[in-house]
Design a protein around this ligand. Sequence first.
Ligand code: ADP
Length: 344
Amino acid sequence: MALELQGLSVRYGSIAAVSDVDITVADGEVVALLGPSGCGKSTLLRAVAGLERPAAGRIRWDGVDLAGVAVHRRDFGLVFQDGQLFPHKDVAANVAFGLRMHHVDRAERAERVDELLSLVGLKGYGERRVTELSGGEQQRVALARALAPKPRLLLLDEPLSALDRALREQLAVDLAALLRATGTTALVVTHDHDEAFTLADRVALMQAGRIRQVGPPDEVWRRPADDVVAGFLGCTTFVPAQADRDLVTSPLGEIALPGAGDGTVLLGLRANALRTDPGGFVRGEVVQRLHRRDHARLLVQLSGDGVPSGPVEAVAPVAGAPEPGDAIRLALDPDGIALTGQAS
Ligand code: ADP
């Protein structure tokens, strides 16, 4: 195991920012720490970097305890939300910074800078001033700078959060490809589900200083550990159900969910869990309709035994979407459903 945290706690005075965290990152693996703002993600990352001193626990790299190892001796690369480039240096000098610190000679430095700029899609940008770059380009430079000295671990703290949505999506895809192509071991902090799920081999869900669940993105998304995690992952309504192998039965009808297991479960419904369907099992009346880019979002008051008492979200195609007051039928869509074993 490359990075191993064991019982890690970090305090700011009386505030327990990180509590008893166990997590590992294997060689070449990308792990995303996902959680709401203030849950302790950055503090955890800063402790790994050596910028915060743990109150308890161990941080090990390849089995070696890092307590007492200074920040610059850990051979970890760091990328922050706002890049933190040197404004008075050009792009090449920014990327070369870590190489100079490692006393890499000039010719090798120039070669590595060119290589890195190509890798992040900024070939030929070496002499540009960083102040003349867009936000996305600046983050690419920050990434090139962090990767240049070949760090054994890359620590990324909300690397895409300062960018607008379309750019963020593109850069997340590029960053995922880049981390894989370079075999980089990375720990990335984000509050954005899409970003975590695009980048990571495993996602660690963090809440109130603790890790609630760790697993591959698909597993965490479909099988959140409990209703609190499910709530953070977009489930707004919970319905008790009975699972019998792959079939789950609830007041909303039957649905096939492979691997559901047996016994009592909780269906977590995301906004797209219920879709308008003339042959659907669920009946209700539209309370509100909102237009989204590619669908209509409905609030529906359901009727029937055991259905949620308050209005639930549902989706409809834009063309012919029902209006408030309309009686409609809905069907469950497995893509919008998470299954959790318990209410916390
Ligand atoms: P996140 O990265 O998930 O947004 P942080 O790690 O920044 O969360 O913060 C975790 C908790 O620690 C929060 O309650 C925050 O207010 C507190 N905190 C963070 N940095 C400091 C600090 N330097 N001094 C005191 N409290 C801090």
